[in-house]
Design a protein around this ligand. Structure first.
Ligand SMILES: Nc1ncnc2c1ncn2[C@@H]1O[C@H](COP(=O)(O)OP(=O)(O)OP(=O)(O)O)[C@@H](O)[C@H]1O
Ligand SMILES: [Mg+2]
Length: 210
């Protein structure tokens, strides 16, 4: 069964300039979806609707079959979604351990070690970590949370290719070992190769590639 669903979703910032035109797609747990498409086509907009940061002009986003507006967008963001961004979005005056502890009562260090940080790195200020390490912290935070969906907007956009593939391996683990539904927006064909399903957004339409 789909955990998240776009149900005839349309969106426009300006009247009669449709960015998203009647999107219809189902997203399942245990899978990685990569959304590709040219700059400005509406990928970030689509992700923000899936995450309950904004609402469709027409149609609805469903979580486990129910319109997310029913329980409220704040509830959806807090209980269903983990966000991972290009710029990591960690709380930068805290350590990785403290950042992960914000979302869970579980053992934060355990999750941080799982994504490859040393104990010493877990207790350093996050500003003293590389971009790749900061993104590992963001993924550890998502793994530690019980929220079933990870939405990632160009999570490897600032990273070199080898580091990007290491981050993708962690997303694969999130999908396969933790049964998360992972939806990634990217410009990278290499990232798309790691997907179970590749979607392309072009001229307002979302289409499956495989
Ligand atoms: N708040 C806004 N007000 C008006 N127009 C906006 C707003 N946010 C985005 N847009 C426009 O909507 C379109 C889609 O933007 P969006 O950020 O979703 O694209 P994107 O596919 O994520 O692009 P990129 O790959 O460059 O990140 C663009 O033309 C953008 O200029
Ligand atoms: Mg974008």
């Amino acid at each position: 069964m789909a955990v998240l669903e776009l149900c005839h979703v349309s969106y426009e910032y300006k009247k009669d300039q449709k960015i998203l035109d009647d999107l219809q797609e189902m997203f399942e747990r245990g899978k990685i979806y990569v959304i590709l498409g040219p700059s400005g086509c509406g990928k970030t907009t689509a992700l923000s609707l899936l995450g309950g940061l904004d609402v469709p002009k027409q149609g609805a986003v469903l979580f486990e079959g129910e319109d997310i507006q029913k329980k409220g967008l704040e509830y959806h963001r807090r209980s269903n979604i983990s966000f991972v961004f290009q710029n990591y979005n960690l709380i930068d005056y805290m350590t990785p351990e403290e950042n992960v502890k914000l979302t869970t009562r579980k053992d934060a260090i355990l999750f941080l070690e799982k994504v490859g940080l040393t104990r010493e790195e877990c207790r350093r200020n996050v500003q003293m970590l590389s971009g790749g390490q900061q993104q590992r912290v963001a993924i550890a935070r998502a793994l530690a949370s019980d929220n079933p969906v990870i939405l990632a907007d160009e999570p490897t956009g600032n990273l070199d290719e080898d580091t990007a593939m290491e981050i993708m391996a962690l997303f694969r683990e999130a999908a396969k070992a933790y049964q998360k539904c992972v939806i990634i927006v990217s410009h990278s064909g290499e990232v798309a190769k790691q997907a179970d399903t590749v979607l392309v957004l072009r001229q307002g339409k979302l289409k499956r590639e495989n």
